[in-house]
Design a protein around this ligand. Structure first.
Ligand SMILES: *Cc1c(COP(=O)(O)O)cnc(C)c1O
Length: 345
């Protein structure tokens, strides 16, 4: 625990109205929290410990509740990790590039130096360069796998190698792991107490609007994250709806469909003259290199199709990121790109 900020180690966390109550007697008068007594389904404060939702996640993931943190999206977990490990103006974080933009934004907000290490041209991990970028003040190392926006997953063996050699906290962001054929780091978490794993309800689980993100880690880290989060960080409606959605069985079927459509989209795009390269993907999107990314992006937009333009992202010159949507959306983007190609030649 030598990595934590001293103020976080010393922190006396806020104690909510019901934290001291152990649930052993039947309470008929809930007059401890200054709530309105009129029951409209939302007049009571949310469960700050997310007990019911966490138990369900614990069953699905095969991980004990003590190893699970739930946040207002993964973005909350990202911010909290900076706040518990990085002394502003002193410590630094290392990350691959290109990658998810929030790691850098959250570093800047927290006044933490952010060091980027470019992936190799084929988007593989430059393990040596990553470790060389770290020094005694490097507290966090961000590895997004499958990576956004490149779509590739890194071999578990390489992630382990970095975790073993790095003396800080390695965060593996697995937002897209459901779509990956490379597997999760979750089974190896116990052997690596310096790894924090991020997953989310926002992608394959179909709950982006609820804002529920998960972190899996050693209980000491989870405790600190819980002490720092806002007590009521996930509202009651989101906790209830997430539980309900996890209990329904759309997930497997939708996942299969997205994977089928991903390979259909990939093959169709590869046949288009304006497409130079389609990167193989372990996520629910494809990184596509085209002849003139800004023009293609604009033309698609003129046709009512919004993709992500990554043309100015270092390492992604000429690239658009296209999400696997519905069968109809997938067909529309293919047809439109085919027409764009025809009319511009
Ligand atoms: C979409 C995404 C997330 C999810 O963020 P939430 O705040 O949970 O919606 C996390 N990491 C990466 C790399 C993503 O692309």
């Amino acid at each position: 625990m030598g990595l934590l900020r001293p103020n976080i180690i010393a922190l006396a966390p806020y104690s909510t109205a019901r934290d001291e109550f152990d649930g052993t007697v039947d309470i008929s008068c809930w007059i401890d929290a200054n709530e309105s007594p009129y029951n409209n389904g939302i007049n009571r404060y949310p469960d700050p410990h997310h007990r019911v939702l966490k138990k369900k996640i614990s069953e699905i993931k095969g991980v004990e509740c003590a190893n699970i943190f739930l946040g207002n999206g993964s973005d909350e977990a990202i911010d909290i990790l900076y706040r518990i490990f990085c002394r502003p103006g002193v410590d630094n974080a290392v990350a691959i590039a290109p990658t998810y933009g929030m790691y850098e934004v959250a570093a800047n907000i927290n006044d933490v130096e952010y060091r980027s290490v470019m992936l190799e041209p084929d988007f593989s991990l430059p393990v040596g360069k990553i470790l060389n970028a770290c020094d005694a003040n490097t507290k966090l190392l961000w590895i997004c796998s499958p990576n956004n926006p490149t779509g590739n997953a890194f071999p578990i063996s390489e992630i382990k190698k970095i975790a073993d050699s790095f003396r800080g906290i390695m965060v593996v962001d697995e937002a897209y792991v459901d779509f990956s054929s490379c597997g999760s780091f979750l089974p190896y978490l116990k052997e690596h107490p310096n790894v924090v794993l991020l997953q989310t309800m926002s992608k394959a689980r179909g709950m982006a609007a609820l804002r529920v993100g998960m972190a899996f880690a050693h209980p000491n880290i989870i405790n600190c994250m819980n002490n720092v989060k806002y007590p009521y960080n996930i509202n009651t409606l989101s906790q209830q709806k997430a539980l309900e959605t996890l209990c329904s069985d759309d997930y497997e079927e939708h996942l299969k469909e997205v994977l089928k459509l991903r390979s259909y989209l990939e093959n169709a795009l590869k046949k288009l003259p304006c497409v130079k390269k389609v990167w193989p993907s372990n996520a629910n999107f494809l990184l596509v290199q085209v002849d003139d990314a800004d023009t293609v992006y604009q033309l698609l937009k003129d046709h009512g199709i919004l993709v992500r333009n990554r043309n100015t992202t270092p390492g992604c010159r000429g690239c658009l990121r296209i999400t696997v949507g519905t069968p109809q959306e997938t067909q529309t983007v293919i047809t439109t790109l085919a027409n764009i190609t025809n009319t511009s030649h």
